[in-house]
Design a protein. Structure first.
Length: 175
């Protein structure tokens, strides 16, 4: 399914240069490599990159993995044919600036593929979870002394994220 999605939106790899932003353990990087893209995976977690590099070594995949910030990549302008990002955009503090950076890295005619989810809009599952928490309040055998603290921290983080209320495709495209 992933190969088909990438091929449908980006076409054949055919040795074209690809950048996988916030690559994590390299899942998308490896899929792109399978499709004959020359891949650079970028992430700001050395622990994630270590896992990505280990996978590449095990598979014999020639993928370049670099430790960088996805919002300020330090990569050369017009150096990639395609850029892919998965589960990053909804976390951006300043998406307009990030998008400007990413588009500057694309060669003329290059494509940016955003694979993301709307992880912050309220939906039926969130409502069900809140109802369950109300119904089971104080009945759990598991101690959760840090629950309130973690909830405050989560809200503090969301308050700094541009798409903290919703991350629908239409909103992203307007930027």
């Amino acid at each position: 399914a992933w190969h088909a999605l990438i091929s449908r939106h980006l076409g054949p790899g055919a040795g074209r240069a690809a950048l996988d932003l916030a690559c994590g353990t390299g899942v998308i990087s490896h899929l792109m490599h399978d499709l004959a893209f020359v891949v650079t995976g970028l992430d700001w977690s050395e622990a994630m990159l270590a896992k990505a590099r280990a996978k590449a070594q095990k598979r014999g995949a020639d993928i370049r993995f670099i430790l960088r910030d996805a919002e300020r990549t330090l990569e050369d302008r017009a150096s990639y044919d395609v850029i892919v990002t998965r589960h990053l955009v909804w976390t951006l503090v300043d998406p307009k600036t990030a998008f400007a950076e990413w588009f500057s890295l694309l060669k003329p005619g290059g494509k940016l593929l955003i694979i993301d989810g709307d992880f912050v809009s309220r939906n039926w599952a969130m409502g069900l979870r809140e109802l369950w928490e109300k119904l089971t309040a104080g009945k759990s055998r598991v101690s959760d002394n840090d629950g309130a603290s973690m909830a405050r921290r989560h809200q503090s983080i969301l308050a700094r994220i541009y798409f903290s209320g919703s991350a629908r495709a239409e909103e992203i495209a307007r930027l």
